[in-house]
Design a protein around this ligand. Sequence first.
Ligand SMILES: [Zn+2]
Length: 506
Amino acid sequence: MTSQVFYRKWRPQTLGEVVGQEHVTRTLENALLMGRVAHAYLFCGPRGTGKTSTGRILAKAVNCLGGGRGEPCNTCSMCQAITEGRALDVIEVDAASNRGIDEIRDLREKVRFAPNMARYKVYIIDEVHMLTEPASNALLKTLEEPPPYVIFILATTAPHKVATTILSRCQRFDFRRLTQDAIAGKLEHICEREGIRIEPEALRLIARSATGSLRDAENILEQLYAYYGTDISLPQVRALLGISGDPRAHEVARYILSRDVTAGLRTINSVVADGLDLRQFNRELVEYLRMILLVKSGSEVAVDLTQEELEDVKSICATSSTEQILKAAKLFGGIDLRLDSYSPLPLELALVECALEEGRPPPPDAKQPEREAPEIEPKPIDRAPTEGKTYPPNVEYLRQNWGRAVEALRGVGSKGNLDAFLRNACEPVGLEDDTIILGFYYEFHKEKIEDPKYCHLVEEKLSEVFGQPYKIRCTLIGKERRPPSRGHLVKAAMEMGAMIIEPEEG
Ligand SMILES: [Zn+2]
């Protein structure tokens, strides 16, 4: 926990100072100017977005002795007492810790008494959804017949948990998650006043990692100030946050989905060069891919993103197919860096795998003509009868159509990626009756496919694709036979015994 010194010190004192909630503050200011103040407000929105701060400003504005309507003067004795939290007539209740009927009964009793000094008695009840049902009912009674000198300001992060009877009594305002620009702007202001020199990139990173909560951002800045003093650099922010919030995880996700291998590898290597924990990096990457997938599937509400981030994600969604995002999420999600969290190889392999043209899904929403690959037509004239069944005559036929057989394995295996595993791992080298001889370039793949559970899956698909039952037999033909299709990186990796994807038990 931090001391929240910055948060308290730099709390907005006027409606105009509240960051990023202009739709709320402008309406309130107009109401104040016209003398139309409601008796119950409900401020909804994520934590750290200014709900209780706005409540306090409102309490000052209605009680200000400065005479003017609208903003509080912040200099009169009433404003100062409220700012300092010693005004008897402004009562803050944390419903999270005072949930019970007794507290609300007590409140109901006291509501009856006119204000001591102020014009209005203002109750600011935070996290009002936490009240127990009896307490909530008791509060409702008060809201139904409020004395003219009382104003209730209810705040909540979960309006859906507030009783509808209470909701209907309140004027509701929805506070928004703050944009990164808004947070960065406020932090910049604080830094200037506090004499803190901070790199712009570092500021952006704090703003980003605060996910829309100004209070979180201010607390992070305060911690940095406590640790590092008045000069704050990007690496320091990274160190404090862990990798969390490193924009490169998002960059890599973008490169994966735009199939930009070069830029993707470069970024991964810069992460490695900075000595970051790749396990954490990958976790963040997968989390981002998950958000992209959610947004792509229309579940925007399920993601915790600022408006800017959401726009970013949407732009990625516009150019990526669901299949493509799913593939990336599966591949990176399946990476296990437990043994060596400093080797980038698994990340690089997954990146390259995602970018492979083979099995490239059609672009989103594009109506594609039927696949152009040659149809497999088992030509009766070519078939040689064997024990009452017919088989393609030669290995050439199988080789020509092998790619399609592999494609058919998409979605097979527990991770649904047996196709990716087999692709570029082997080729048909012979045919003996109903047995296809598969020549593997690496022992590793051969062993996997020889495992009966995978062997079975492959045989099943081959039968489907070629229209008749087949068995397979695996043999090692060596890496020299491997077509040079993947580029040096993956090839080198394979020679080191790496794999593209490891299928798991299905
Ligand atoms: Zn005042």
